[in-house]
Design a protein around this ligand. Structure first.
Ligand code: PMP
Length: 443
């Protein structure tokens, strides 16, 4: 069937002035607030690991558009799946039946550890899925108290903010009660220094002193994203979960940033920690840029909410789920998890070599294609260097990279590109960083 000829008067004005002016006039204050660069970056198109601005200047997208792009910008298989579905039936509300979300649910379940009974609840975003995970944990256990980690990020809704451990993302409102924060086991600058045991002792202390002793659960990102790429050290998640379960709580893993093969060693980052969570929250990369999130939970935990209907209007939207199915297929076909391990490993090694030349680099860390450089004024004191980070960051843009500046001290350069970043891109990435560090350290 030929597409009908469509006339549209939706002209787009690509001039910088008009775009900036409209955004400033018509976006709300909090939506327009965060602009990383001094000069606006206007993006027009993307393919694979690259994006182009409106003047057709090409960049390597080291941010993966905030980790939403997993298999590559405008991946033809994902575009085809979504386009076919959007023109066939753009939405099917969950009270009716449709095969695409149901098949996708089965395929997502197949990515979870075998031998457990998993079910899926689709949402539109990560924060909605986090809220639902909190609700499920509290419904299932009948307890209120939750543990969360310092420097965590879980989203912008009331519920998700309440378990977010970065002040900049928490607003001046009463947050959900019953959340106790424990120190994140940051092996570079954590309050208890290196090692796992002191952080596990803190979990124990928190349970016995700051909660009723009975937990609803604990939520952990296997690699903290906005916290500045803080990987959980081996043994921490297992140890924390053991203590949480002993207090009657359920174990929630937030894979919104770390999932979909990004860490290279596993499809879901928690799998490398020898744990099986009770609830897994996914979003971002599962949809490759199409809004899609989900809670994947053990059936028994999800069943605790069976007495009431709970839905998100676009949860299980067939277009998003068609894209999600295509993402899983491309991950397999193009072996992108293996690629993340290989290319990410090589990039990390090369970034580590830069430490020799640039004392500003305090730490290089991460796994697969979830990497970071932390900048410090002094390697001994580890005093954060946010001003120098800003200079390096601004320069990386001129050098053709789109990166990200994050961490509670804004001194971390985060690299989370589409998982199709290739070995051939590495010279470009590393040379751009070298030039950026040179420029920043020479001024
Ligand atoms: N969890 C993590 C780890 C995230 O990084 C984010 C978003 N940056 C969220 C949850 C919330 O996802 P969303 O913005 O889709 O609501």
């Amino acid at each position: 069937m030929n597409a009908p000829h469509v006339h549209s008067s939706l002209d787009i004005d690509w001039s910088t002035e008009a775009i900036v002016d409209r955004r400033n006039r018509f976006y709300s204050a909090s939506q327009r607030k965060f602009v990383p660069y001094k000069e606006p970056l206007i993006l027009k198109r993307g393919r694979g690991q690259y994006v182009w601005d409106e003047k057709d200047r090409k960049y390597i997208d080291l941010l993966g558009m905030n980790l939403c792009i997993s298999v590559g910008h405008a991946h033809p298989q994902v575009v085809k799946a979504a386009t076919e579905q959007v023109s066939e039936l753009t939405h099917c509300t969950t009270m009716f039946y449709h095969p695409v979300p149901a098949q996708y649910a089965e395929e997502l379940v197949a990515t979870m550890p075998a031998g457990h009974d998993w079910v899926v609840h689709f949402t539109n975003s990560g924060a909605e899925a986090i809220d639902l995970a909190l609700l499920m944990a509290r419904s299932h256990t009948g307890s209120i108290d939750m543990l969360a980690l310092g420097s965590s990020y879980h989203g912008a809704t009331f519920g998700a903010q309440s378990v977010t451990g970065i002040a900049g993302f928490r607003h001046q409102v009463p947050q959900l009660g019953g959340v106790t924060f424990v120190a994140e086991p940051n092996q570079y600058r954590g309050v208890h220094g290196e090692g796992v045991q002191p952080y596990l002792n803190e979990v124990e202390r928190a349970i016995s002193s700051s909660t009723s002793g009975r937990l609803a659960g604990m939520i952990i990102e296997p690699v903290q994203g906005y916290g500045g790429i803080v990987p959980m050290p081996a043994g921490y998640i297992a140890g924390a979960f053991e203590r949480v379960r002993a207090a009657g709580g359920v174990c929630i893993i937030d894979e919104v940033q770390s999932g979909v093969g990004r860490t290279g060693d596993a499809f879901w980052a928690f799998e490398s920690h020898g744990v099986v969570p009770d609830i897994v929250v996914v979003a971002k990369g599962v949809g490759n840029g199409i809004p899609l999130g989900a809670v994947i939970a053990r059936r028994a935990v999800a069943e605790s909410m069976a007495d009431k209907f709970l839905f998100h209007t676009y949860g299980a939207n067939p277009v998003a789920c068609a894209a999600g199915r295509a993402v899983l297929e491309v991950m397999r076909d193009e072996r992108l998890q293996e690629n993340a391990a290989k290319v990410g490993g090589a990039l990390k090694e090369r970034l580590q070599e830069l430490k020799k030349d640039f004392p500003l680099i305090g730490d290089v860390r991460g796994q697969g294609l979830m990497l970071a450089i932390e900048l410090v004024k002094d390697r001994a004191t580890k005093e954060p260097a946010p001003e120098a980070t800003l200079q390096v960051f601004e320069e990386t843009r001129r050098q053709g990279l789109v990166a990200s500046r994050s961490g509670p001290y804004r001194n971390v350069i985060r690299m989370c590109p589409p998982l199709c970043l290739s070995m051939a891109d590495l010279d470009n990435v590393v040379d751009s960083f070298v030039r950026s560090f040179r420029m920043a350290t020479s001024c």
